[in-house]
Design a binder for this molecule. Structure first.
Ligand code: UDP
Length: 343
């Protein structure tokens, strides 16, 4: 296994020492071959849970999980969660993560994204209800849309400013409806549910390229190839970036701790960065000759994003630990190796 990946798994494993008892528990992870799902599978397998990883591999990658195929406590099922499925053993926990999540995919696959978050969530909830097991739903900062300045940092109390028919609405509204679905099972059936609103996360295994590429893998790849770094707008729009180890630790805590039952929590890093500053930072850290170039800001691109994470800190006994600098260094190291660019 790649040394950076091993190091990150060890970090998350150590950070979770206190809380986690998943020994022999049957845990279903939908979207388990994706960026976040695969890290979650890694940790749960290390912690001796019986992990069922379900993915239709439309945006997840077999490469992310193939190292787990020889583990007795790991099972991969190639399945689309928008279609019914039956399990031959009782489940103890479900983490429902399935969904494409990048802007390129919003444009190309809006219907599949809505289906994953509506039908896929409904089917996951039905399975959770059958086994009376807790379900964690992976929601998103996108449910807040484009908040006004006085709502940044954004708390869970803010209801959002979302375009229902724009280029991002399949994801934003899909996740909003997904949350409503999950909460309705909580209210009507008293199902044990937890919702995490995931803010911009980055790290190894995140896909790059035009279709899947989020800003950090795109800028790293462009910088390593000495190609122009493509900043949209004037780059003054902001995001708050959380390294994958911090995000995954919080998601697993939210799935397992009783204090998270029935709660909705922002999971992210509160430090807000301008995209132009991110471009400069990545250019410096990679010693790149790339030029920074500017393109029009895509429609409905949120202008500011930063979470208020006081709720997660309180209920999960957690806080992000990895600085942007350190996280970018680890991520760049992994991409260099993947792309075989060592200078
Ligand atoms: N972005 C950019 N250049 C790129 C890709 C993205 O300037 O090549 C910007 C994008 O407009 C947005 C921010 O980076 O303001 C984060 O984009 P990403 O797609 O990573 O996530 P999201 O917009 O969903 O937060």
């Amino acid at each position: 296994m790649d040394s950076t990946i091993k190091q990150i798994i060890q970090t998350i494993f150590n950070n979770l020492k206190d809380e986690l008892d998943v020994n022999q528990k049957n845990i279903l992870v939908t979207g388990g071959a994706g960026f976040l799902g695969s890290w979650i599978c890694d940790i749960l397998v290390e912690k001796e849970a019986n992990v069922i990883c379900l993915d239709n591999l439309t945006s997840g990658l077999k490469d992310n999980i193939s190292h787990l195929f020889n583990r007795d406590n790991f099972q991969f099922i190639d399945h689309d969660i928008t279609k019914p499925i039956h399990f031959d053993k009782k489940l103890d926990l479900i983490l429902h993560l399935s969904s494409r999540a990048s802007r390129g995919e919003f444009e190309k696959f809006p219907i599949q994204i809505l289906k994953a978050n509506l039908l896929g969530t409904w089917i996951s909830l039905g399975i959770a209800k059958k086994y009376s097991c807790p379900l964690l739903f992976a929601s998103t900062s996108e449910i807040y849309g484009n908040p006004p300045p006085e709502e940044v940092p954004t708390s869970e109390e803010y209801y959002g400013n979302v375009n229902p028919i724009g280029p991002r609405s399949c994801y934003d509204e899909g996740k909003r409806a997904g949350e409503a679905f999950v909460f309705s099972y909580y209210l009507q059936h008293n199902l044990d549910v937890r919702i995490v609103r995931i803010f911009n996360t980055y790290g190894p295994r995140m896909r790059s390229g035009d279709l899947y590429g989020r800003v950090i893998p795109r800028f790293i790849e462009q910088a390593l190839k000495n190609q122009p770094i493509t900043v949209y707008g004037d780059g003054t729009q902001t995001r708050s970036f959380i390294f994958v180890s911090d995000e995954v630790e919080a998601i697993i805590r939210a799935a397992l701790l009783n204090s998270a039952r029935g709660k909705v929590m922002n999971i992210g890093n509160e430090l807000e960065f301008k995209i132009i500053d991110l471009a400069k930072k990545i250019k410096n850290l990679t010693n790149s000759n790339s030029k920074i170039t500017f393109y029009p800001l895509p429609k409905d691109d949120p202008l500011r994003r930063s979470p208020d994470t006081s709720k997660a800190k309180k209920f999960l006994n957690w806080k992000p630990k990895i600085s942007l600098e350190k996280g970018l260094e680890l991520t760049i190291k992994w991409y260099r190796k993947k792309m075989q660019i060592y200078k």
